[in-house]
Write a protein that binds this ligand. Sequence first.
Ligand code: SF4
Ligand code: SF4
Length: 480
Amino acid sequence: MKKLTFRGGVHPFEGKDLTENAPVSVLEPGRELAFLLSQHIGAPAVPVVKKGDRVLTGQLLGEAGGFVSARVFSSVSGTVKGIEKRRNAKGALTDAVIVENDGLYESTPFEPLPGMEEYIRVFGLRPSGNWYGPQDLQGRDAQAVLDVVKPDEILKQMEPSQVLDRIRAAGLVGMGGAGFPTHVKLSPSDPEKIDYVLINGCECEPYVTCDQKLLCERPGELIAGLKAVLKLFGKVQGVFCIEDNKPDAIQILKKALRREENIFVAPCRTKYPEGAERSLIKAITYRDVNSKMLPADAGCIVVNVSSAYAIFEAVFLGKPDYERLMTVAGDAIATPGNYLVPNGMYYREIIQQAGGFTQTPEKLIAGGPMMGFAQADTEGVSTKTSSAITALCYDIISREPETQCINCGRCADACPARLVPSHLAHMVEKRRLDQFEENYGMECVNCGSCSWSCPARRPLAALISQGRQTLLAQKRKARK
Ligand code: SF4
Ligand code: SF4
């Protein structure tokens, strides 16, 4: 069968063998944690604690600051030291609740759905437990989990609004990087129009394997999470979209779904950026989404794998979003792997528990090398959207100087949005933003494929992003 894909894209070095087979380890939170109040798109959360308050694991620190916002929870028990500024992954200063960890990990009681007692008895709740219980050393069998959870029976007794309320209450946001509040994504203006829910398991970023780990080791929970989302819409199909460089995950999901009528596995061709929302929708449904549309306008809801797992925990277990699986990788990391990381943990402590650096990295990135953000130091903190830390010994970008464009056209061939990046970058350099807009510069998805493919090492994606940001700022100003 022909593998599903989109036009354009590139094939960067994958680097996934560093981490894909390593067992998951649970990290020990440090003495101090910093919980950013803006870990999502939309209004920052509003703090509901003050200096000196004692908080518990899973306790609310910040209430959503509007409909497009999300709640923030503590991942440890301890004392609030105050509200201070900390840098987010992009380097901007943002308010954060600082909590001194007392090391006791006392937790607020969660509110699992009736019927989840058996799941909790067999598999446990995670806050103080290890990732692997005695039953799980090779990953959990999907059917065993589904037999215990019985998601169809449980969901039959719930209203869609109850599912959505539990997702909102747990503070879920898109964990693939964008951080769009999940309850907003799952509330499209016309739910009847939705006919596909795509679980995005492509994970096309080099080095990153945390979603692959969940697909292989928690397939039952992911299926239950997807069923909770399907409950919100009418007659929809659920699709696990997985790149064909993860044959184990494809096999496991296919086996687990053999009795399902409306959930399928779609193997996609391994190509960057297969996991970008627009590329994925094009590959699976052949529908186009542009910058003025949401995926829902094309009848699709796209949910990242880590988000689907968090949806399972929120809906079925009543567990807030305060920890996540994260890949720490790159040739400068001593023990690359996937780690269960509490939100609010400093990068320096995460890296230290991943064995530290083998040598001083030339490049440290929050996220993967294609779409991640370069870091000046290790003072960043983990958030709901922190899928990875990548540390590389050799920074190809700074080592190889930029030269003149040779009009080879490789950037245009690579662009999934069918743009001509060399021209757009030139327009930004010459400050011809009207031309930039006329030539569809706003349709760029900032995937970096053009920069990656350019033999002249031109910073195409950075220039085009600069053009987009300037135009957006001008439009905002004009509206005011
Ligand atoms: S122009 Fe934008 S969408 Fe096209 S390859 Fe470059 S970064 Fe990606
Ligand atoms: S890939 Fe680089 S050198 Fe080739 S056309 Fe594009 S900008 Fe010019």
